[in-house]
Design a protein around this ligand. Structure first.
Ligand SMILES: C[S@@+](CC[C@H](N)C(=O)[O-])C[C@H]1O[C@@H](n2cnc3c(N)ncnc32)[C@H](O)[C@@H]1O
Length: 241
């Protein structure tokens, strides 16, 4: 995907850090509700590090992502955090954390087997008694075709405006598409890029089954829709023994 690779250094003009403050505060509360003394946190799929830029004030954060360029974007706002390249399905760091956090990057899991692998990665990196928090953009039950637009002005004469369109061309195949039309402006010069993303669409029950099979005890805490729109939180505790 172009936005996570050749255009990664435009990412913070697509989605700005300041827009993550309220949701990140909710994630801290959810993690503390299971693990009040949590100190270390591993994020799988940190992207540009927007959530992490708030979480790091409460936890020692280790941030991982498939894209080395996105890790550079995150490093630019989170230089004090450890960054490691890796696929959330196969990452094995050989250590455990009080909390594992998986945000919208999990949308790129397009099969139930992908989801099982991520659940397993989260489980092996969560210490007994610790917690893993998964917050996909939604589930099969909450998905609806939608359009969105936005963009930011940078401090360096660059600016972006985009339109985003999510739709499901084949409701039987378990995935949907998100298309971005982005206008990239540098001074008076404007380029346009089109980026197509394929996201997985899993039922709430499949999520619950996959996380339980990995070994977690799972709850579904309610989220305020004014902050979280269609997002769903799966709060997964690794039993103490
Ligand atoms: C929308 S961005 C995440 C933004 C992030 N929530 C934030 O706070 O800035 C999605 C990220 O998922 C990453 N990603 C996609 N597939 C992945 C995989 N298999 N393992 C790890 N990261 C992945 C992409 O490289 C991209 O950086």
């Amino acid at each position: 995907m172009k936005i996570y690779d050749e255009y990664a250094d435009w990412f913070h003009l697509l989605t700005a850090r300041k827009d993550y403050a309220a949701e990140a505060a909710d994630y801290v509360s959810l993690i503390e509700s299971i693990c009040p003394d949590a100190r270390t946190l591993l994020e799988l799929g940190c992207g540009g590090g927007n959530n992490a830029s708030y979480l790091k004030h409460r936890f020692d954060c280790t941030l991982t992502d498939l894209s080395p360029r996105m890790l550079d974007v995150s490093r630019s706002i989170n230089p004090e955090c450890e960054h490691i390249a890796g696929d959330m399905r196969t990452l094995r760091l050989g250590r455990q954390f009080d909390a594992v956090f998986v945000h919208d990057a999990v949308e790129y899991m397009t099969t139930a087997d992908d989801l099982r692998q991520v659940a397993s990665t989260a489980y092996v990196h969560t210490r007994p008694g610790g917690v893993a928090l998964f917050v996909p953009d939604g589930t099969a039950e909450t998905f609806a075709e939608c359009v969105d637009d936005g963009g930011e002005d940078g401090a360096d004469g660059r600016a972006m405006r985009y339109q985003e369109w999510a739709f499901d061309p084949d409701p039987t195949d378990g995935v949907y598409e998100v298309h971005f039309a982005c206008l990239l402006r540098e001074g008076g010069a404007v380029r346009m890029i089109h980026d197509r993303h394929v996201h997985g669409l899993f039922t709430r029950q499949l999520w619950l089954d996959v996380l339980a099979s990995a070994g977690f005890d799972v709850t579904l805490p309610p989220l305020d829709v004014t902050t979280h729109d269609t997002q769903v939180a799966f709060l997964a505790k690794r039993p103490a023994r």
